[in-house]
Design a protein around this ligand. Structure first.
Ligand code: ADE
Length: 222
């Protein structure tokens, strides 16, 4: 059975998943450590991509080319951008956009999309894993190469893209998956509100939120 690729940007977002792999094997490509093994009965490859869109795209393409993953899950933390979302709630992607690129320019090139749509089967699995465990929301995620910690910057992103949360990799994972015809979903737990208090909240909640998201992924695959 082809493996599921699991990507987190930072070590703390994938450490727990990596540590509970059975029959773990490590391979290094492009400076990234790919951990193959089993989570329950599911073959997986867990990898830390590094922060930002380019790192996420490089890593996703390697998962597809070298490990022949049948789907990609991006796990991690995000800044809340929806009025009803709170720290430690979970956002499951339905669509993913870039907030730092004009979508009309993006759509000029293959796969000619202004936004990327997550796989409905993976969304359902993520919802089932969240149910009774965390407060969750399915919706749009906006990605850009910037940590958002300013209310005015956040307001501008919300006015243009209206996302549930902002983060720095999901769009690139989604874009790469879409270009290769591979199903994906992004699962993000909120660590801060992407506003003037974001830096402080982030420090307090990054580990807890990263573990919450990883636990959802583990439960999805169990
Ligand atoms: N990841 C977690 N919090 C974030 C924020 N405020 N902006 C961008 N990425 C994040």
């Amino acid at each position: 059975m082809k493996p599921v690729g699991i990507i987190g940007a930072m070590g703390l977002e994938v450490e727990k998943l990596k540590d509970c792999l059975q029959d773990r094997a490590e391979t290094i490509y492009a400076g990234r450590h790919f951990y193959s093994g089993k989570l329950g009965n599911t073959n997986v490859v867990v990898v830390c991509s590094g922060i930002g869109k380019v790192n996420a795209a490089i890593t996703t393409q390697i998962l597809i080319d070298r490990f022949q993953v049948n789907s990609v899950i991006n796990t991690g933390i995000a800044g809340g951008a929806h009025p009803d979302i709170r720290v430690r709630n979970v956002v499951i992607s339905d669509t993913v956009v870039y907030h730092d690129m004009d979508p009309r320019i993006l759509a000029i090139g293959y796969p000619h999309l202004e936004e990327f749509t997550a796989d409905s089967r993976l969304i359902e699995k993520a919802k089932a894993a969240c149910e009774g465990r965390v407060i969750w929301m399915v919706g749009k995620i906006a990605t850009g190469d910037q940590f958002i910690a300013d209310s005015a910057v956040k307001a501008d992103i919300v006015a243009r893209t209206n996302p549930c949360c902002v983060e720095m990799e999901g769009g690139a994972v989604a874009h790469t998956a879409a270009a290769n015809g591979i199903p994906f979903v992004i699962i993000r737990c909120i660590s801060d509100n992407a506003d003037d208090s974001a830096e402080m909240d982030y420090e307090t909640f990054e580990k807890l939120a990263a573990d919450d998201a990883a636990a959802i992924v583990e439960s999805m695959l169990a």
